[in-house]
Design a protein around this ligand. Structure first.
Ligand code: NDP
Length: 311
């Protein structure tokens, strides 16, 4: 059994920044990396909008730097996954994949968010064989090929624009008759001659022998003018939003109807004393590394204060 004053769960910008701040405060926190060390940012390439890097920085390098910085100040990082939690009593109890039990006086939940899928069986069938939820990770494989992106938000527009730089043609499959994305992203997509928007269109399934060769689509589902047709494509990218990774804690921690952890005003405080939420798991709006990092700093400062007040 391990004991710690502060357990940080997650290794994205929120988790590592919490580690840096808590480490510098002399707390020597324990940080559990989770399934995706470095978090969602490691699925992208270049980060151009993180302050301090005027020429941009490789996303993996940025996360590796944050990790080293956290370790430098005494954060102990475990490459493991949290499988169970009991936040009903203090100290809070957490179990890891290998059965190890951790008792923590304070906890920072920085477990991030994961990409959503449509829920089609074919998504599983063709996973890694034409189906992806990360254009910047997998776009390279679709040079001069035809791809489709599902979604009408900023992510979908960003991914479609990125893919248009590689692929010969990009279809944007949008279920509504309009895009939800910001004006600038809409314009970028509409002005790109490689991108064709298929409004009021849903995906029924995918087909192909050894990988995706096309999608079964339906136009104006359930309305006059409904039409089913097949669209030949080589790649199918999901960009329909994310869901917060809060399930493990939802028996004790208040979440909204989408599962985002509810925090108190501008603070990272949850409904439990000494338990904080930082980064995308508590942020349905911004989803930015810099904002996650800032909330990680706040959570570490709150934990430090709580530990002092309850010594
Ligand atoms: P959004 O929730 O904004 O958009 C999701 C899109 O997917 C919507 O168009 C939605 O359609 C569609 N969708 C959802 N479920 C389905 C489904 N089952 N079938 C078909 N389509 C579906 O998510 P984003 O990831 O795009 O953005 C999240 C937040 O992050 C936003 O606030 C966004 O502004 C921000 N962001 C900012 C960026 C930037 O500033 N550079 C980049 C990326 C994201 P419908 O409209 O019909 O609901």
């Amino acid at each position: 059994m391990l004991q710690t004053k502060l357990l940080i769960i997650g290794s994205g910008p929120a988790g590592y920044t919490a580690g840096i701040y808590a480490g510098r405060a002399g707390i020597a926190p324990l940080l559990i990396e989770g399934i995706q060390p470095g978090g969602q940012l490691t699925t992208t390439t270049e980060v151009e909008n993180f302050p301090g890097f005027p020429e941009g920085i490789d996303a993996n390098e940025l996360m590796d730097n944050m990790r080293q910085q956290a370790e430098r100040f005494g954060t102990k990082i475990l490459n493991n996954i949290v499988t169970k939690a009991d936040l009903s009593v203090q100290p809070y109890r957490i179990w890891l994949d290998d059965g190890e039990e951790i008792h923590a006086k304070t906890v920072i939940i920085a477990t991030g968010a994961s990409a959503k899928y449509l829920g089609l069986q074919d998504e599983q069938k063709y996973m890694g064989q034409g189906v992806s939820a990360c254009a910047t990770c997998d776009g390279f494989f679709y040079r001069k090929k035809v791809v489709a992106v599902v979604g009408g938000g900023d992510t979908a527009c960003e991914e479609a624009s990125y893919l248009a730089g590689l692929a010969s043609k990009v279809y944007l499959i949008v279920r509504k008759p309009f895009l939800r994305a910001s004006q600038i992203m809409q314009e970028r997509v509409m002005n790109n001659e490689k991108i064709e928007i298929l409004f009021e269109t849903n995906t029924l399934g995918l087909y192909g022998e050894d990988g995706v060769e096309g999608a079964h689509l339906i136009y104006k589902k359930g309305e006059a003018g409904e039409r089913k047709y097949d669209l030949p494509i080589d790649g199918f990218f999901l960009a329909i939003g994310h869901h917060p990774n809060s399930e493990l804690f939802s028996s004790w921690i208040q979440t909204d109807e989408q599962g985002y952890i509810i925090t108190e005003g501008e603070t990272p405080r949850t409904n439990l004393p000494g338990v904080y939420a930082a980064g995308d798991v508590a942020d349905p709006h911004y989803r930015q590394a810099i904002i996650a990092a800032a909330s990680g700093a706040k959570a570490a400062m709150e934990s430090e204060k709580y530990l002092k007040d309850n010594e």
